[in-house]
Every structure is written in structure tokens, then in C-alpha cells.
Design a protein around this ligand. Structure first.
Ligand SMILES: [Mg+2]
Length: 189
């Protein structure tokens, strides 16, 4: 599988940004809760962690509102690979977040200004409607960590989903997957 850099798009949380690291860190620092990544076996973390839903919602709300201020970090090698891809074609990100501005600020901070000026960013506000955006943006491949999103995209003509492996999607699909950004670099070229 070799994918042209301009034909692949990326989910934001838990693909480009290490949202679960930030969640675990904030839960520890501000609520004294110790969570290991392996415990997060469901995309809906309330289903797998014995933590008050209010606390979970509060932490995610902070990460949605101000990812830069809360110290949300890129996934390992993500920025290096994205910069390489950006030299070939504009980058495309499609997030289910409702507000694209905080994501744009985060991307502008982490990517070079040239890459940022050309990139395309969509905030759908819905985990289940990425397909039409992927098609409208002329993409053929999309990387996402949510198994349900990838399974649904697999049923759409002209879209090949790629699962970014995380504990919460393990064993929940039979699709192509990547384990890190070095993998993504290998399949793009
Ligand atoms: Mg995600």
C-alpha cells in the first residue's frame, strides 16, 4: 500500500495528538486518580474506568477547550512525519470535535507556519459523519483510532480506513492498521 500524501487524511485526537496521555495526566494531577493506558479498553472511557462521569467530562472538556494550555502533546514522530507529508501536499485533518479553533491553534503551534497555512481542517461535531467530508476533500484514505468510525468508512465507496492502533480498538476490527507514525510514513509515498 502506497498512498499519495495528498490523498490521506487524519483524525486529531489519539492519532495526531496524544489525548489519552493528557487525560491520564490531568486525572492524576488534579484528581489524584492513577490510570494506566492499558485500562482504557473502550473509546467511551466511562465504560471501562470506575471514575465519576463528571470528572471524565470535565477533563475532556478542558482538552477540547484549550488543548495548548492543557499541555496536549503530539504523538511520537507525528510532527516530523506530518512536516514531511506537508512538503508534498496540503495536510488534511477531520475531527469529530465541535470547534475547530482550538485544534487550529494547536496545529499552528506544532506545525511550521508554511504547513499550517496550507492545511485543511474540518470539525464535524459528530463521530459518524466523516465520510462525506473525506469524499468532498478528495481523500481516499483516512486514519482514525475509533473502530466504529473506521468500520463505517470501510462500507463507503472509495474510502479506505486505516486504524491507528490503541488499546480501545484492539480486536474490534479486521481493517488495515498502523501502530505509530513511522508506519504512516512507510505507507505514504
Ligand atoms: Mg480520535
Amino acid at each position: 500500500m502506497k498512498i499519495a500524501p495528498g490523498k490521506i487524511g487524519f483524525d486529531f485526537d489519539c492519532v495526531v495528538a496524544d489525548t489519552m496521555e493528557a487525560f491520564i495526566r490531568l486525572a492524576s494531577e488534579d484528581h489524584g486518580l492513577e490510570i494506566s493506558p492499558e485500562e482504557i479498553t473502550d473509546f467511551m472511557v466511562a465504560k471501562c474506568l470506575a471514575i465519576d462521569l463528571e470528572i471524565i467530562d470535565e477533563i475532556f472538556a478542558r482538552l477540547v477547550r484549550d488543548p495548548l494550555g492543557e499541555g496536549l502533546q503530539p504523538m511520537a514522530d507525528a510532527i516530523m512525519v506530518l512536516e514531511e507529508l506537508a512538503a508534498e501536499a496540503p495536510l488534511t485533518f477531520i475531527t469529530a470535535r465541535p470547534d475547530l479553533r482550538p485544534v487550529a491553534a494547536w496545529l499552528e503551534h506544532h506545525l511550521g507556519s508554511t504547513s499550517f497555512a496550507r492545511l485543511r481542517l474540518v470539525a464535524t461535531g459528530d463521530h459518524d459523519n466523516k465520510g462525506p467530508h473525506i469524499k468532498a476533500l478528495g481523500l481516499t484514505h483516512f486514519v482514525d483510532d475509533r473502530a466504529g468510525t473506521c468500520r463505517a468508512l470501510a462500507g463507503e465507496e472509495g474510502i479506505t480506513p486505516i486504524v491507528y492502533e490503541q488499546p480501545w480498538n484492539f480486536g474490534k476490527h479486521d481493517l488495515n492498521s498502523v501502530v505509530n507514525w513511522v508506519d504512516i510514513k512507510k505507507i505514504c509515498g
